[in-house]
Design a protein around this ligand. Structure first.
Ligand code: NAP
Length: 313
């Protein structure tokens, strides 16, 4: 991890390293898997459904699979051809809904046309929703009730905990070492209002008592809106949109965006080199929010397993 300063500028921002933080999640999840396995006589199970040959989807699925295995989960795989019919895909989901060894179902999105991802997400049993995207679980999020939360926003919240703590991540750090940040009195702006990231992100921030503004493509004076915030979350899909003069000195900047540039390199929605000098903490892209999304999917699956079996972790 990089050096930390609470003010940015002088000695540089705290770099929020998602890869290292995801190791802390893995240690916590592995311990929970051990506890659960001894109580229910099986490991928590994750079913991964991939449709078609989209290279990015294949990479994401492989990393989710690897993380699950590392933490001791049992995994189930269905790799279906892009030509799969609606009925065939529905039958695979239904099979996992009724398989008692499966606690989390991941349907990798996007699905190839003409399949509509949201239709199939709705077919997943809400208590087995690993991504936290089922409408029932999004409703429970609005109500503040226990349910799987969307993975990317959940990962961002853990990065925010890291940003606001004084701990240095080490080889034995677990999530138990990371205090939950209080956001009372803090203002946060979320740029983006998608079902996947922006909206649930805003509600997780609100749940922690932040004063939240949602910004989007119809927002006027986006730089001014961002400049008023203590916490900026960018989930837009526009390369390097957020510039230095959009960010209040000392603000925490969390970049969800993953954009591929014409030269093949990845970048975020934040102009990292421009913004880092004024931020107190910032996520890099790649290596920031991305690894945390994977970690939270596995964490959600283990939490689903505990909830389904009445085990308190
Ligand atoms: P999305 O569904 O396309 O939503 C983008 C949002 O950004 C929309 O709400 C849109 O506003 C807003 N927007 C677009 N252009 C804008 C502009 N110029 N100014 C202000 N707002 C603007 O995208 P998403 O699924 O939320 O994903 C956003 C980004 O995060 C993408 O780069 C995606 O690849 C990345 N992502 C990363 C992870 C991860 O694990 N790190 C996970 C998921 C997504 P309107 O609603 O007004 O159209």
């Amino acid at each position: 991890m990089s050096q930390r300063t609470s003010h940015g500028a002088a000695s540089g921002p705290k770099i929020l390293d998602g890869k290292t933080l995801s190791r802390a999640v893995a240690r916590t999840v592995t311990a929970h898997v051990t506890t659960l396995s001894s109580k229910i006589n099986r490991a928590p199970g994750l079913a991964v459904i991939l449709v078609g040959e989209n290279p990015a989807s294949k990479t994401y699925v492989a990393s989710k699979h690897r993380f699950a295995k590392e933490c001791g989960l049992e995994t189930f795989d269905s790799h279906l051809p892009a030509s799969v019919t609606r009925e065939e895909l529905a039958a695979v989901i239904e099979g996992y809904n009724h398989n008692d060894k499966v606690d989390g179902i991941l349907l990798q999105l996007p699905l190839p046309a003409p399949l509509d991802g949201s239709e199939f997400v709705r077919m997943i049993a809400p208590e087995k929703d690993a991504d936290g995207l089922h409408p029932a679980n999004q409703g429970l999020l609005l109500q503040g009730a226990p349910a799987p939360r969307p993975c990317t926003p959940l990962g961002v919240m853990t990065m925010l905990d890291l940003a606001m703590s004084d701990i240095t991540l080490g080889e034995t750090t677990t999530l138990a070492d990371l205090p939950r940040a209080s956001l009372a009195g803090k203002s946060a702006v979320v740029i983006g209002r998608s079902q996947l990231v922006g909206k649930p992100m805003g509600f997780l921030l609100l749940e922690r008592n932040a004063t939240v503004t949602f910004a989007h493509s119809k927002t006027t004076d986006l730089p001014g809106v961002c400049r008023a915030a203590d916490i900026v979350v960018a989930a837009v899909g526009v390369p390097r949109l957020v510039k230095r003069d959009w960010v209040k000195p000392g603000a925490i900047v969390l970049d969800v965006g993953i954009n591929r540039l014409p030269d093949g390199k990845l970048c975020g929605d934040v102009d990292y080199d421009d913004v880092a000098p004024v931020a107190s903490a910032i996520t890099p892209v790649p290596g920031g929010v991305g690894p945390m999304t994977v970690a939270m999917l596995i964490s959600n699956t283990v939490s689903n397993c505990a909830r389904r079996n009445g085990v308190v972790l």
